[in-house]
Design a binder for this molecule. Structure first.
Ligand SMILES: [Ca+2]
Ligand SMILES: [Ca+2]
Length: 234
């Protein structure tokens, strides 16, 4: 078997596995991810509900840069989670609301894990790019990137509207920083675009996607799955 042939077989199997995982995810209470290309969410109910069971050793490992993006937690933590995400994506919000608090309490606040949020605003979410730029502007203005990140996920309805620029500026103002010039001038466009391009180069096709010490986990999986992958790295 030629190398190319075996590679294409492997890729075919990977896609099959991803499809099965998607089916399990979506029959398992709505964990999942938004697709990069059309923003639709799979609704395949053909796979029986099953307890999520991900073998950390089976995950693809990718060398992923943390780039210049803000770090949540101890910069020297032994485990690094790079998240590619979108502030307007419901599954990203689900991860933020249901899973991140547990990761934070058990691993980030204890110095074992640091998380780096990188931008992958999906074209199908028409306000996500503005939000990504606003968060970078907030940090550039001296604010805590993750304070604004939290505000974005907790107040989507307040900014994903017709006056998105004004709403994002007002949100930053509430937290004590003026991002108006930065946002209106598009100062952070290049930064957000660079993250997006990097994400695609790592094979990210939907959000949220995570790299846990490089191990690729796609979708808003339950906390137990993150725990098992993190533990495999400690
Ligand atoms: Ca970046
Ligand atoms: Ca970024």
């Amino acid at each position: 078997m030629s190398e190319n042939h075996s590679q294409s077989v492997w890729m075919g199997l990977s896609f099959l596995a991803v499809g099965l995982m998607g089916g399990i995810l979506f029959t398992n209470g709505g964990q999942g991810f938004a697709n990069l290309f059309d923003g639709s969410q799979a609704t395949d109910d053909s796979v029986e509900e099953a307890a999520p069971d991900v073998d950390p050793d089976s995950l693809e490992t990718v060398a992923v840069s943390v780039d210049d993006d803000a770090v949540m937690g101890d910069p020297d933590a032994p485990v690094t989670i790079v998240e590619f995400s979108d502030f307007q994506c419901p599954y990203c919000e689900k991860f933020y609301t249901e899973t991140l608090p547990l990761i934070k309490e058990n691993y980030i606040d204890t110095g074992k894990v640091k998380l780096i949020y990188r931008d992958l605003p999906l074209p199908s979410h028409d306000k996500a790019d503005d939000a990504a730029e606003a968060a970078e502007c907030f940090a550039e203005a001296g604010g805590d990137y993750y304070a604004y990140h939290d505000w974005l996920f907790e107040n989507v309805a307040a900014w994903a509207n017709e006056d998105v620029t004004g709403s994002l500026i007002a949100g930053a103002q509430e937290l004590g920083f003026d991002i108006s010039a930065c946002l209106e001038n598009g100062d952070m466009q290049d930064e957000v675009n660079a993250d997006y391009t990097a994400g695609k180069s790592y094979g990210v096709t939907g959000t949220p996607s995570f790299f846990i010490n490089g191990k690729k986990l796609v979708g808003a999986w339950p906390y137990d799955v993150f725990e098992s992958v993190i533990e495999s790295q400690l």
